[in-house]
Design a protein around this ligand. Structure first.
Ligand code: GDP
Ligand code: IMO
Ligand code: MG
Length: 423
């Protein structure tokens, strides 16, 4: 039953793309199950750096079947562009599958995303990719799905109807409306390109599971951005936690073997919302520069802070993480001391539980435990024993606090800068 799920355990950008690429050495299929092209998953191979948004990060390994599951929202024009780019780089996308149940994002969703950001009482700092509006249409039961790309006559009718509906709203907000016919032309071109890839993927994935194939589910974003479990309303619009893999692909919960949690050795966040361990000083700037913490999708500088064990333990609990992959440990090499947040002080009381209340999260003052740094370049470490003692101590403490076990450590962006921790 070799079905594993890999998810981010913080606010995204933990290094999921790199880990998926590394793990797909031994995998037959990689499945995306939620989110859309708000994701930016970086994979470095040799001198080349690729950023994927919708295509699963298994695409760089020959023979690995890549599936975009029903829980994803896919912008057909953006997907076509991405497939063409990946092809230009010399990789084969011919076997990529798009679930016929996947909901579609169109230009009017992107415009609505921007309008919402401008006019909403709460600015989320979205990626502007139309994610929220597309999931809204799905829940309102008016969305178009990948299967609709196969009947272009009906597609044109429905697209015109929906675009006209949104144009009225856009106009009433004083926003630029969509050029319906110009957009439809792009959509129809994308439909023709994507049609051979549209399939009833629920069967593709379940057939692979039944045949005992190694299937890996690739999460996007992170647990703290989950629509139910994250820092609502400063979240994305999908279930980013491991449970989303079942609803977002159609596999049953019993099929799952391991849940991998990717954990950055410190914390980052892009966009608005509470972030108790955020640093506004030189340490924060050092993390941003050394960790190259600039968004892979929007280029925005990421907010940086110390490792938050309260938030990460909560995420690992909800995800059921039984294997941790700790990334970017090398980015802490230069610090004399490193901090771990073990609790929040909220209105005079200390708790190690992650609050549901935004007011409490905003009031939370981190309680830190300080550890001696290791002041040594660890990017060439390839075993646990290669790590300096202080780095080992730091990792052991993080794992203890989040109540899970470290299985992989990453000490640089490249494939080879990764090693397993032997038991
Ligand atoms: P994802 O969204 O979780 O796939 O992560 P991103 O690709 O958005 O951001 C992670 C960034 O860190 C990318 O630029 C990776 O190349 C890089 N990265 C991944 N693992 C490591 C690591 O262990 N050390 C360093 N220095 N960089 C890493
Ligand atoms: P990966 O998969 C980090 C954030 C946005 C914003 C919020 C809602 O690369 O880890 P949305 O466009 O989804 O409606 O924006 O979620 N966000 C991410 N932050 N990594 C991501 O993806 C993200 N995808 C969305 O910045 O705060
Ligand atoms: Mg990313």
């Amino acid at each position: 039953m070799p079905v594993d799920i890999l998810v981010g355990t913080q606010w995204g950008d933990e290094g999921k793309g790199k880990l998926i690429d590394v793990l797909t050495r031994d995998v037959d299929m990689v499945v995306r199950f939620q989110g859309g092209n708000n994701a930016g998953h970086t994979v470095e191979i040799g001198e080349n750096r690729y950023v994927l948004h919708l295509i699963p990060s298994g695409i760089f390994r020959k023979g690995v079947k890549c599936v975009i599951g029903n829980g994803v929202v896919a912008d057909p024009v953006a997907l076509q562009d991405e497939m063409l780019k990946v092809t230009e780089c010399g990789f084969d996308v011919s076997e990529l599958e798009l679930s016929s149940r996947t909901h579609l994002i169109f230009e009017y969703h992107k415009r609505m995303d921007q309008v919402n950001e401008r006019s909403a009482a709460v600015k989320i700092g979205t990626t502007g990719r139309g994610i929220g509006p597309a999931y809204t249409d799905k829940m309102r039961r008016v969305g178009l799905r990948a299967i609709d790309l196969l009947d272009t006559e009906k597609l044109a009718v429905r697209f015109r109807e929906e675009a006209a509906y949104y144009n009225k709203i856009l106009a009433s907000c004083g926003a630029e409306t969509v050029d319906i016919e110009a957009e439809l032309t792009k959509v129809l071109a994308a439909a023709a390109y994507l049609a051979p890839h549209v399939a009833n993927s629920t069967y593709t994935v379940n057939d692979a599971v039944d045949a005992g194939k190694n299937v890996l589910f690739e999460g996007a974003q992170g647990a703290l951005l989950d629509i139910d479990h994250g820092t609502y309303p400063f979240v994305t619009s999908s279930n980013t936690v491991s449970g989303g893999a079942c609803t977002g692909s159609g596999i049953p919960p019993q099929a799952v073997r391991h849940v991998w949690g990717v954990l950055k050795a410190y914390t980052t966040r892009v966009g608005e919302g509470p972030f108790p361990t955020e640093l506004f000083d030189n340490d924060g700037e050092q993390l941003r520069q050394i960790g190259r913490e600039f968004g892979a999708t929007t280029g925005r500088p990421r907010r940086c802070g110390w490792f938050d064990a309260v938030a990460a333990r909560y995420a690992c609990m909800v995800d059921g993480i039984d294997k941790l992959a700790v990334t970017k440990l090398d980015c802490l090499d230069g610090f004399d001391k490193v901090a771990i947040c073990t609790g929040y002080e909220i209105n005079g009381k200390v708790t190690d539980r992650f609050p549901a209340s935004l007011d409490e999260l905003n009031a939370a003052r981190p309680v830190y435990e300080w550890h001696e740094g290791w002041k040594q370049d660890i990017s060439e470490a390839r075993t646990w024993e290669d790590l300096p003692e202080n780095a080992q101590k730091y990792l052991k403490r993080c794992a203890e606090l989040v109540r899970s076990e470290i299985a992989i450590i990453s000490v640089g962006p490249r494939r080879d800068q990764t090693f397993s921790v032997e038991k």
